[in-house]
Design a protein around this ligand. Sequence first.
Ligand SMILES: Nc1nc2c(ncn2[C@@H]2O[C@H](COP(=O)(O)O[C@H]3[C@@H](O)[C@H](n4cnc5c(=O)[nH]c(N)nc54)O[C@@H]3COP(=O)(O)O)[C@@H](O)[C@H]2O)c(=O)[nH]1
Length: 773
Amino acid sequence: MTVKMENRSIEEKILLGVTAAAIFILSPFLIKSILEYNKLRILVDLVAVGGISIIFIGVWFTSKVKLFSGLFAIIAHVNILFGIYIVGSDLIFWLFPIIIASFYLLPTVIACVLNGLLISIAGVLTYQHFEHFSLPLIMASFVVTGIFSLIFSIFMQRKNRQLLEKDKINQLRNNILELIASSSKLSKVLSAVVEGIENELPGTMCSISLVDDTGSQLRLAAGPSLPEFYKEAVDVIPIAKGVGSCGEAASLGKRVLVTDIATHPNRAPWAKLAHKAQLVSCWSEPIISHHGTTIGTIAIYFKTLATPTENEFDLVEQFVNLTRIAIERDKADTIIWHQANFDNLTQLPNRHLLHEHLSIAIDNAERDKKQLVIAMLDLDNFKDVNDSLGHAAGDRVLIECASRIKNSIRKNDIVARLGGDEFIIAFVGTTSAEDIDKIGQKLLTTLAQPYVIEHKNFYCTASIGLACYPNDGLTIDALMTNADQAMYLAKTRGRNSIHYFTENMSTDFLKRMELIDDLRTAVEQKQFHLVYQPIVDLHTHRIAKAEALIRWQHPQKGLISPMEFIPIAEEIGLIVEISEWIFTQVSQQVHEWRQRHCADLSISINTSPVQYRNEGKLVKAWADSLLAQGIPYEAISIEITEHLLMDNQVEVVEALETLRQQGITISIDDFGTGYCSFSYLKNFAFDYLKIDQSFVQNMSIDNNDAALCEAIIMMAGKLNMQVIAEGIETEEQKQLLIDAGCTLGQGYLLAKPLSVMDFEQLLIKQNQSGSTT
Ligand SMILES: Nc1nc2c(ncn2[C@@H]2O[C@H](COP(=O)(O)O[C@H]3[C@@H](O)[C@H](n4cnc5c(=O)[nH]c(N)nc54)O[C@@H]3COP(=O)(O)O)[C@@H](O)[C@H]2O)c(=O)[nH]1
């Protein structure tokens, strides 16, 4: 293969140049001799031109300078003698410089000049006898030229050796750089550095130590030539002044020379072992990072009393630089790998590393014919932490969760954070259902413990879904999807619980996903409308108020109950958008009806806990909106459920208080279904208390329910609240409620939820007749 001209050595270039020039100069002689048909001269010139051409081609294609320059010299010498004897002396003018040129490079030029001078003098002196150029003169000239060329040759060989030496170090450096660039293991690069130094400084032994994670000590990382007992002794060296040569070099960030290990105080603890290992002198170079901190040391041991030379210092400095690059590259690689595989916040493996671990775990389970249980864990009310306490607090909860999960599972188990508040656990070492249940319960209990944030206790439970390899899925994706579905079921069934995946869950899950998709479209395309259910005076049957209720007319599936879609809308956050739409519709509608039919009409809107996040800003904004539209605050009433108050959140109570002070009335819906119905009544005054329909409907068949209703009505009266009885379906229920002192009621007996038009007709009818529903 031919080599590009720019890649050739200087020697090669000169030899190629000289031979090319010689061919160029000698060729006219050859042509001339051919034209004159002087057979002997043709022969001599042919040998010269042909020989030189062969040298040129040989060097060009093989780059073997030494071989061809030697060959060149022989051809030239033979040709001179041959030429002089056959043709006469004139060839010598041309052939001698070529011989000189054949002996290496630059000085050749000087040799040529000197030789040319010599030949010229000889020519002038022997001019008269030119035809009979004497043999002694030829020989003398030949010897002188030979001496010149010999001197130059020796000189050039020395230069060449230095070049080769440099070349060798360059080669070594390139090899190490190649190892670094190809992300070879750090240990391999360090061994190559040690080997390189030991080769360049024959008779020495070398080792490399790196500063460990504590930053206070050095750990031996490479030292293949050192005896095992010595390596053990210097495996860990504290970084401090006066501790060995490496400890001190690392501490000071400067080179440390110990000419005699046996007597140097720094080396006292290792002196005996050094003696046993035949180490006499030692020199340590610190490896300083580009930030200026010491990251390691290189130690060079001599077997005799030695003081390193400047050249040796320079040489080792080159290796120190290479080692620094290798260590920094390794550190950067480690950081990049960590970032790609671990969650930055919790330091748990991320989805990527989880996949790697899970595929190994699945392979093992398959090989051992065992089960592998995967748990999808999601925090139940994590969004509330973020919304109410901010993201920094949320982060702290996640970190704490990760640590509680890690402490609850076995060492072999795999735990990863998928993002947000979602974690995955693979129970590698546990397969029995009983054990999984135990660990699952342990996880629920530990995660439900309070999280102390800003000196306050915050509670956050978790829902866990379990899927099992191979029964519930053979691939990672299938297992994770199924565990996810099981987790959703755990959430919908009251949260803070564990649920196993079952076959029919899959169809439920798909239905749910479809509903979520449809719901988003419904919001975009405004597929909702409102109906209004009258709340009437039980004595007069006059409409006192009304409740706005949402309806979703699905283009294909028909009417979908709010009981089906409101919980999902709450879960995915769409309820906020939906509620804003309801408020706009209701406020405009009530304004219109108040102006046209019923001046004191008030319509209540159901609100959901999601709207009270962020200190209830969303609901509070409704008051501003009413003011801006010139609608009296009393036109709107807000219904909340007991669950909203159960967490005793100060922000919620404050938001409701603000609204109430502005004149918006507040109703407590589904009263009696919560667990602490009475405790919050003393902290907050409501305007209306709506007895849940389950009590009302059981009044006639269960005396306890009737007694409860009576008690609620009495208590509300004492607390200055009005009572609305929900779900009145029969005359008997109505009568019992009237007897118990209830004045307002809502239910199918009185009026079903009505369309805008029907409700308006009812208002008109009521105005005309002063009559009832
Ligand atoms: N956040 C919002 N929630 C809403 C909204 N609209 C409705 N909802 C909630 O959905 C649940 C189901 O509501 P719906 O199907 O509209 O049922 C209401 C009435 O139709 C029903 N009702 C009224 N009288 C009777 C009766 O005599 N018998 C009987 N079986 N049902 C009756 O009760 C529902 C009203 O309940 P409540 O809100 O508790 O007063 C329901 O939880 C709604 O709250 C909305 O716009 N936003």
